[in-house]
Ligand binder design. Structure first.
Ligand code: FAD
Length: 394
């Protein structure tokens, strides 16, 4: 029977919850807002399935995945899709290929209350629900069971998520499926749903209206200086570049990531999925010809199945092979976990005892020297872009 002794040993993937034949595992939310399994002992028959599928107790190794994946800078050729995606919009291309082939796509979406949940999409018109990064832990709910039902019927399934969520799926399925395609993201770590709730509530009070839409990666100021854009039912709008938004600041200072994220078992090569998607942050300095501030995806092709998937949608993706080391240098989360800040525990104590505005002032301002460097870099890039455009016009 599964029992979590150290919270760092549970990524909250819910594989145990999905597999339990007696439905006697409840996912309980702790004071930090993360869910952990709790077994109702009286109903448990001691079958041990919950422990056997846990991707932290049993680290999943994808034997088809290469420790030197093909590294590609890529973007969706459709301008609108690229604009509405966090990076280069490669996710949409592969998802469309799956849906065109009568398949099903699983990924993270907002529910009515703007909580983030994994859900299935079967129609192209609904794909926008999965598009875009939602910077909070997504609840897998019972989607492993749903994916298995489709796979057992022989349908194509694309399952997308964080590396630990994909590991949970593989362990849950316990066998290989020819029609299963997996795509993980380069993951910095997943923020706490309770902090996200408090952030939303604080803004709703400030704007005196309910939130009707959230985009974490609005590109109106470009891909590199992206903004958090929030719409309210009363027509008001909030928009701040990530460097000035309180929630993004706390996220990127690592205050409220899930404990397991500080020692992620899957931030490494070989990667867990058929393909890995992220932002190609180092692209501008090494490959300026592949950079235009509309968003460049980092695409790692890890398996032969991943290659077949990308080959199938190559007409919709602009792609250029690059050096893996350049990608890793710009994006260390490919192979390593972020550090836990010393003040993390104090942060959560304050979160429960203090007003959210106090938290913002204490933990999320002023910009750190790294943030100041990024702000400076973004300004220099914008200035250079303007100068080049001016010169080209002459
Ligand atoms: C919490 C989090 C941390 C990230 N950290 C990094 C990082 O350090 N470096 C980096 O290069 N990229 C990171 N990314 C990935 C990046 O933001 C883009 O999601 C990725 O590059 C895909 O972009 P796209 O343009 O192809 O597609 P998009 O349409 O922008 O992305 C959609 C895809 O993201 C998935 N997704 C969105 N939110 C979540 C979520 N909460 N949980 C699981 N899956 C989700 C969807 O299921 C779908 O597969 C992170 C994403 C998230 C959600």
């Amino acid at each position: 029977m599964i029992k979590i002794m150290d919270k760092k040993d549970c990524s909250g993937c819910k594989a145990c919850y999905n597999i339990c034949p007696r439905n006697c595992i409840e996912m309980k939310i702790d004071g930090e807002g993360f869910w952990y399994p709790k077994v109702e002992v009286a109903s448990c028959v001691g079958c041990g399935l919950c422990e056997s599928v846990c991707p932290e107790l049993n680290i999943y190794k994808n034997s088809s995945s290469s420790s030197r994946p093909t590294c590609i800078a890529a973007w969706n050729v459709d301008k609108a899709t690229r604009e509405n995606s966090s990076s280069g919009g490669v996710f949409t291309s592969i998802a469309e290929w799956i849906l065109d082939n009568d398949g099903v796509v699983f990924g993270a979406a907002y529910d009515k209350k703007r909580n983030v949940m994994h859900t299935e999409v079967r129609e192209i018109e609904d794909l926008s629900e999965l598009r875009g990064s939602k910077y909070v832990q997504s609840d897998i709910n019972t989607t492993y069971n749903s994916a298995k039902k489709y796979l057992d019927k022989g349908k194509k399934v694309l399952y997308t998520g964080t590396p630990c969520q994909i590991a949970g799926l593989y362990n849950f399925l316990q066998k290989e499926y020819a029609e299963l395609y997996t795509c993980d993201i380069v993951c910095y770590g997943v923020p706490s749903p309770i902090v996200f709730q408090k952030y939303k509530k604080n803004l709703e009070q400030e704007y005196n209206s309910n939130i009707s839409g959230i985009t974490f990666r609005n590109k109106k100021n470009g891909w590199k200086s992206y903004s958090v854009a929030i719409q309210f039912e009363n027509g008001s709008e909030y928009s701040k570049t990530f460097i000035n938004d309180a929630y993004m600041k706390g996220f990127l200072r690592n205050y409220y990531l899930r404990p397991s994220c500080y020692k992620c078992s899957y931030a490494k090569l070989p990667r867990i999925s058929d393909i890995t998607l992220g932002d190609f942050w180092g692209v501008a300095s090494k490959y300026p010809e592949l950079y235009d501030d509309d968003g460049t995806s980092l695409l790692l092709i890890n398996t032969a199945k991943g290659k077949s998937m990308i080959d199938a949608c190559k007409n919709n993706i602009e792609h250029h092979e690059c050096d893996l080391e350049v990608a890793i240098a710009g994006n260390p989360s490919i192979i390593s976990s972020v550090k836990e800040p010393k003040k993390r525990q104090r942060f959560f104590e304050d979160l429960h005892n203090r007003d959210f505005n106090y938290i913002i002032k204490k933990y999320m301002s002023p910009p750190t020297w790294i943030e100041r460097k990024i702000i400076f870099g973004v300004r220099v890039l914008r200035f250079m872009k303007k100068r080049i455009l001016k010169l080209l016009k002459k």
